[in-house]
Ligand binder design. Sequence first.
Ligand code: PEP
Ligand code: MG
Length: 747
Amino acid sequence: MPERTETESRKLLRRLQATLAEAGAGQERLDRITHIIADSLGCEVCSIYLFRDAITLELCATEGLAQEAVHVTRLRVGEGLVGRVASRMRPVNTDNAPAEPGFRYMPETGEEAFTSFLGVPIQRLGEKLGVLVIQSKEARSFTDDELYAIEVVAMVLAEMTELGAFVGEGEAMSARHQQSVVFHGGIGQEGAAEGKVWLHEPRVVITNPIADDPAEERKRLNEAVDKLRMSVDQMLSNAPKGDAEQIEVLQAYRMFANSRGWMRRMEEDIERGLSAEAAVEKEQSTARARMQTVPDAYLRERLHDLDDLSNRLLRQLTGQGADTGAQMPDNPVLVARNIGPAELLDYGRSLRGVVLEEGSVASHAAIVARALAIPLIVHAGRITQEALNGDTILVDGDAGVVHLRPEETVANAFRDKIAMRTAAQERYASIRDKPAETLDGAHIALTMNAGLMADLPSLPSSGAEGVGLFRTELQFLTRSTVPKRGELAALYSRVMDAAGGKRVCFRTLDIGSDKVLPYMKPQDEPNPALGWRAIRLGLDKPGVMRMQLQALIRAANGRPLTVMFPFIAQFEEFTAARDHLLRELDREAALGHPLPESVEIGAMLETPSLAFAPRQFFEMADFISIGGNDLKQFFFAADRENERVRRRYDTLNVSFLTFLGQIVDRCTDTGTPLSFCGEDAGRPVEALCFAAMGLRALSMRPASIGPVKSLLRRVDLREARAVINEAQAQGAQSVRPAVMEWLKRVG
Ligand code: PEP
Ligand code: MG
């Protein structure tokens, strides 16, 4: 890189710094900046276009184009050369702009006289802010050095935009992070919440993008990178040996921390006048932009690793840690790119809601959010870029929508919705101690699903008759090593204590597929939902399952014990799992430990195959519970985690209801108690239809018990069944419209 350009670029940055330090409104600053850039680079035109909304760019300042065009000329992303820079987030450099495909002549700017065009994106950490353009009359290609210099300036502009340096009255730019923004995401957990943003990882703010002394900045960078390398080495030597995934991530960190290319690029940026932290962020922005275009999931993960590493480095350099001293608001809504289950558990019930940029509906964090009954939205755009600590935020977990800094009218409508919910909750509380009995006298046992000790207080408050599904995997998912038998026995015992004699149905470990243990060797399976999971894993490698069974027997300590095996696809799997439990009971007896007063052994029916198992299976099982989440995904061959298809088939589809009716018949034949414990059991209309099909036990989230009971108490199941039969006879695809119509009639 020639020495001349480096000093030129530093000189330019110094002039920019001086002008930014001067007092003045946002517009004045923008005007001065375009003047300085054009003057320093010896070109006739410099223009700054900034985003007015997600798709519209506005000419906000110019040197060289007609001043009347400022705040008048607008372009959509993709429109003209400026729009092209914005859509691709890559520079456009041409010596014959009018000949370029997509060139758009804007008469109001008088730009036809300018032949050469260089436009670069103004972006911050992958967030599009605008486009910086230089133009000249002379037909020439701008050199790589000029391109580099203009990119560095664009980086500084991005930082200044972030800091609100161009905010002003009237036509000037309005402040960023002040407008209301709506995000649409996936529903991880339903519910509604209003609160204040609490960022899991507060963003690092760079207040000094420009620096005068490159030697000093290089020294700062090198020292910070050395510290980072040491801390990565330290983390690597402390990482649990069996934790291949964590080790892989740390090794990637180490590779990046030692990467010469990464260091060289940052040092070059420093030479051009950026501070050490601005150089790190410039690299990070480039990596983020790349991340958005890389289709390969593995490479994207590695770019994420680089992003994480850059964040660590920025914290080192700026001294801004995760603990910024900010006070957590009273009603925090956690906003994060992603979060692990253990971290989410640490926040616990203090959170009103959680909004993630990544995550998935079936992620561990979603499981925890569900257990904590806090609304969760996943895939919420780029919310970590937009949200600031303390911003007002509304989480509509029913619609999958997040309103950040909402307009007052939106907030009021939302508050009405929450108030209606609260009123309904009060109504439900009034029937808490009444039975779920329909008008025709059928009693439906409503129990709750749980997975944490923290769930148990909901047992009395919801009016649940017991715990119909206790998912035991959370204790395994939130740790870095397999929990010990003693710990598990103590926990299960506390769960039974808290249930105060009500039945708790413990489901043995259901892992694999989406639920991957941190310490389990990841299985490279082409289709994990159909893979080595749940009971398949338990039977093939029975060590952990046996340990868990022992813990359950010890926890019961003379009390009744209910155990359920997940994902049984054929009779033999049930007999094999049951034999394990019977053997453990014998062993415990031989060791002189007290046996449970009674033992119920059940199976989860989650694959259609089990519905057609031999009669002997139905006779042997003490009870059967339909895992509707899995059963439905296999019945319709529609992945429960895939947003595109997971809602495609209605649970009240006639085929599915008919199938449920067949399962009910088989269980009635053998007198086998049957329940339904998937998410659908907690939806009132679905619950009503299941009851009409003959199900007499439903297990659901505690918050659903009130609404389901309230509806069941108002209906006659014989009438409901007649409506279903009629819809079926009419050839309806789903019975929902007919049932809804009938419900309207009967009130
Ligand atoms: C189900 O599949 O319906 C179920 C209850 O189990 P999980 O959601 O934990 O797979
Ligand atoms: Mg399941």
